[in-house]
Write a protein that binds this ligand. Structure first.
Ligand code: HEM
Ligand SMILES: N[C@@H](CC(=O)c1ccccc1NC=O)C(=O)O
Length: 490
């Protein structure tokens, strides 16, 4: 489905997204598990499948054996750098044909099972390619990662390519369809995700099968945040549909409805940021760089200067993919699009756009719809035209700012203070990329606040404290970026 606004106005949300209000349990397994509903948001329709049928026993066996610490506490293949040797010695047959068995009753591919296979092959691929970097980093943390393996063998490459094509996603470990949002299970299914302590990882590289480990905490904090995304979908669709309706029927005044949509979004962001704050105790900064080794990508990484050959594919010419990154999460981009936050036209913003391709297809379709619809309806102008809506608009922008600021603090403590590697796992420059987006939000806030309404409106004056904080933080951020760039000789 292509979602553009080139010619006629786009239909409203429920026409384009027929499953939006469905009960996820009733939807077929042939649907992409990341199909968006107002009850599951950006999480999968059902909790991720753990295991595949017996024909995939060789794959399951390897992904269970690979972690540095296995489920039973014993050292796994990566602990002794034995994963590559094991695979090269023939431990994994090419199971591409067995993927044809993962179908539903009417013969369509079972995309829940295909995503499960994609996740497990993606784990194996990253562990195989980055195992030498893990060895180099263990030998000397100061000298970096060295080179990864430059060829992905057929027994991993072919099924990884085949599953990726079926779910229409790049054939490399990704945030939603693999490491984070398709990698959790419930200790007690009756409790579900309502309690963080009920969450467990399915696969891990390092110590993640222990729920108290930093690897588990890092990933599961993301899941705990994204569980609040259904309210984001509800708020965004409400705002767009209300503005759309009042554009079609100018006699209708839907401002109250739009404002209610903003209230839903503000309260969701409060919960999401409160959950984000638990990262500090769920996952310790000093542990981060160990499991981080396995989530790097190929694009813009010194470990893969010439890309990676997927054996037997693309005429054996090397491929490049970005690594796993929260930049592929859909919550903040959803708000960027709704609020029409203008990003500067520069190479850093080009990276932000490049990340879009790594999201599951239904997330891509929904985000692209929201971006085009917000432009078509002029959401920012609509909000800025009325004092009450303008205040709500500014308050939501402030949440996007505080999310990105909080996030900058993570990057400072978990990465900048502990690693000299110049690029993040997704291939963006580690010091300058995040501030590019954060500064854009701050600048828009100042523009909205100073844009006319501020002097006359008493309510607006109440936001002075919020705006003082924005200005102070902006200056602080610029100084910090300068300092980190200087230290690194950038
Ligand atoms: C210890 C915690 C975290 C660290 C160290 C971290 C690190 C990073 C880094 C280095 C990037 C740059 C992108 C790249 O890979 O090239 C990034 C991007 C991003 N991360 Fe995180 N992250 C953390 C937690 C989170 C959490 C919990 C979320 C919640 C969903 C998140 C969402 C994002 C988003 C949305 C971006 C894109 C930023 C933007 O659009 O401005 N991150 N992260
Ligand atoms: N880009 C981050 C990693 C990262 O972003 C990430 C990786 C896997 C799962 C979630 C992530 N979320 C944080 O943004 C890094 O360079 O360490």
């Amino acid at each position: 489905m292509s979602v553009t606004c080139e010619e006629k106005p786009l239909p409203d949300t429920s026409t384009l997204f027929p499953h939006l209000h469905s009960n996820p349990a009733t939807l077929p397994l042939s649907l992409n598990p990341f199909t968006i509903t107002t009850t599951t948001g950006f999480l999968p329709l059902r909790p991720p499948r753990v295991d595949l049928p017996a024909s995939f026993a060789a794959l399951t066996n390897l992904v269970e054996k690979l972690p540095i610490v296995r489920q039973d506490g014993s050292p796994g293949l990566l602990a002794n750098f034995q994963l590559g040797n094991t695979i090269d010695a023939g431990a994994l047959p090419d199971l591409s044909d067995a993927l044809d068995e993962l179908i539903v009753q009417d013969g369509k591919p079972n995309l829940s099972s295909i995503t499960t296979a994609f996740r497990d092959y993606a784990f194996l691929a990253s562990a195989y390619l980055l195992e030498p970097c893990w060895e180099a980093w263990n030998a000397n943390r100061e000298t970096g990662y060295g080179l990864g393996r430059q060829v992905l063998p057929k027994c991993i490459a072919r099924p990884l390519l085949k599953t990726a094509a079926l779910i229409d996603i790049p054939p490399f470990m990704s945030y939603a369809a693999a490491y984070a949002l398709y990698n959790y299970r419930y200790h007690d299914p009756a409790i579900g995700y309502s309690r963080y302590s009920n969450l467990r990882l399915i696969r891990a590289f390092e110590q993640g099968l222990d729920p108290r480990s930093s690897e588990a905490g890092f990933v599961l904090t993301h899941v705990d945040m994204v569980k609040h995304s259904p309210s984001l979908i509800q708020g965004v669709t409400r705002i767009l549909d209300m503005i759309e309706e009042s554009t079609r029927t100018p006699s209708l005044n839907n401002r109250d409805g739009v404002n209610q949509g903003f209230e839903i979004l503000l309260s969701a962001m409060e919960k999401i940021e409160a959950s984000m704050e638990t990262m500090w105790s769920n996952s310790l900064p000093r542990d981060y760089n160990a499991y981080r080794t396995f989530i790097f990508g190929i694009t813009s990484q010194s470990m893969f200067p010439n890309g990676v050959v997927y054996e037997g594919h693309n005429g054996n010419k090397p491929l490049f993919f970005r690594g796993e990154s929260g930049a592929n999460d859909s919550m903040i981009p959803l708000l960027d699009h709704l609020l029409e936050i203008p990003m500067p036209a520069n190479p850093l913003t080009a990276i932000l756009k490049d990340f879009r391709a790594y999201r599951p297809l239904p997330h891509r379709q929904f985000l692209s719809f929201v971006m085009n619809k917000a432009t078509e309806l002029g959401v920012a102008a609509y909000c800025r035209a009325d004092p009450t809506t303008a205040i709500l608009y500014l308050q939501l922008l402030d949440h996007v700012r505080s999310f990105r600021w909080r996030h900058w603090l993570f990057v400072r403590e978990y990465i900048l203070k502990r690693s000299k590697h110049p690029t993040a796992t997704g291939g963006s420059p580690i010091v300058t990329w995040l501030p590019n987006q954060l500064l854009a939000v701050m600048d828009l806030m100042v523009d909205v606040y100073e844009g006319g309404l501020s002097r006359e409106n008493g309510e607006f004056k109440r936001l002075q404290g919020m705006m003082d904080n924005v200005r102070k933080q902006r200056a602080k951020l610029e100084k910090e970026v300068q300092k980190w760039c200087q230290e690194r000789g950038w």
